[in-house]
Design a protein around this ligand. Structure first.
Ligand code: SF4
Ligand code: SF4
Length: 383
């Protein structure tokens, strides 16, 4: 396996850039006991930290990009090590040295697409609003109630465009005065940052911030927990503070304000999967569940590994762009858990989770028996 060559230099950079996080670690290994990788194959963040700290051996490249930044292990660490930041800092340095996880890394193509087209999918910038075809969706203008920022996957991916369309239908039904930026919208940059490409993240973020300011945006509605996380917690690094709301929170608000009435029935057994960047990273557990519980006829069964212990789908930290071999996909385990609690529908609210669950669904014996839905797709059926 390949190794990071200039390890000594990398260690020096880490130390110079405040590598105290590494020194705090006393190698207890608690992080590894909760890491989802260890349900499917051996992986040790503890070992990576040790190697980065002492330079005893060389770090295996594939291992450096394995962490999905799910957020489960920092909760367990008795020494308060910023484990995710530590791992991302290694990737950042490796990226600066032109080191990537595989000989032909998909990240290079993703970076080129983000740079040239503002999305990771090599899609045309001009087609960013094509998902609105046939719907009443306006371009955002100053004074509107809210900017709807669907994010790259909901703008282009055929499966996820249905989520953007469901969202627009709900907003229209509730009489929300909203608009989109269309081709002026860029990728939020959250996931490319976690792969270590800090420069590209900053570029995308600065462009988005300029567009928001130029267009008089103050409140942003997002569908992706990754957009939510970066707008809420990372964009303030640029000294801006937009009001950010995730769709699951906004639905809860609209129903409680009487702007959305639930008139239909949804007579199915569902289970809810907490996306890592909505739940663990941002503490949003209640609103999506409350919305689901308000839907007439719906029965909500909880899975094991829920709430703050939610099992990662495998898509964070840039892993959405990397191949995970069969037998090592966390989403396969998750969908088995959903079937295990009798769920006919696995519902969540994240484009990466939906993408992975749709793939895993196909590996079930009876793949037609289990549906994967975004929370908006259920709600639009009952309003
Ligand atoms: S953040 Fe999640 S995937 Fe990364 S090392 Fe910790 S538990 Fe494992
Ligand atoms: S839990 Fe914290 S202290 Fe223990 S090995 Fe992991 S990073 Fe180090």
């Amino acid at each position: 396996m390949e190794t990071v060559a200039p390890l000594k230099e990398i260690i020096d950079v880490i130390k110079d850039s405040g590598g105290d996080a590494f020194k705090l670690c006393y190698q207890c290994g608690l992080c590894d006991t909760v890491c989802p990788w260890n349900r499917v194959r051996a992986f040790s963040m503890r070992k990576i930290i040790r190697e980065a700290t002492f330079g005893l051996t060389e770090i295996e490249i594939e291992e450096m990009w394995r962490c999905t930044t799910c957020g489960n292990c920092p909760r367990q660490c008795p020494r308060g090590v910023e484990i995710i930041e530590a791992g991302v800092s290694l990737r950042r340095i490796a990226t600066e040295y032109g080191v990537f996880p595989a000989p032909v890394s998909p990240i290079r193509g993703v970076s080129a697409s983000l740079l040239g087209k503002g999305n990771p999918l090599s899609e045309d910038r001009e087609k960013r609003a094509d998902w609105t075809e046939g719907l009443s969706v306006e371009t955002f203008s100053e004074g509107m109630e809210i900017l709807y920022f669907p994010g790259c996957y909901l703008c282009y991916d055929p499966r996820l465009k249905k989520v953007a369309r469901a969202t627009a239908n709900i907003l229209n039904k509730a009489g929300v005065d909203f608009g989109i930026l269309g081709p002026k919208e860029n990728c939020c940059g959250e996931s490319i940052r976690k792969t270590g490409d800090e420069e590209l993240f900053k570029r995308l973020a600065r462009e988005n911030i300029k567009t928001f300011i130029d267009n008089g945006v103050s409140k942003i509605l997002v569908s992706s927990p990754h957009c939510y996380h970066t707008f809420q917690n990372e964009y303030p690094e640029f000294r801006v503070n937009f009001k950010v709301v995730h769709i699951s929170q906004y639905l809860f608000e609209l129903i409680n304000e009487g702007r959305l009435e639930l008139t239909g029935e949804y007579g199915k057994i569902v289970t809810y999967h907490d996306p890592c960047y909505l739940g663990r990273h941002n503490g949003i557990y209640d609103e999506p569940r409350e919305v689901l519980k308000m839907i007439p006829g719906l029965e909500l069964n909880e899975m094991a590994d829920s709430l703050e212990e939610s099992l990662c789908c495998g898509g964070g930290g840039g892993r959405i762009w990397m191949e995970t071999v069969k037998g090592e996909r966390f989403s396969d385990l998750r969908i088995e858990q959903a079937v295990g609690v009798g769920a006919e529908v696995l519902v969540t609210s994240c484009p990466y989770c939906i993408t992975h669950f749709e793939e895993s669904r196909l590996s079930l014996d009876d793949s037609e028996a289990t549906e994967i839905k975004d929370i908006t797709e259920i709600l639009q059926q009952v309003i």
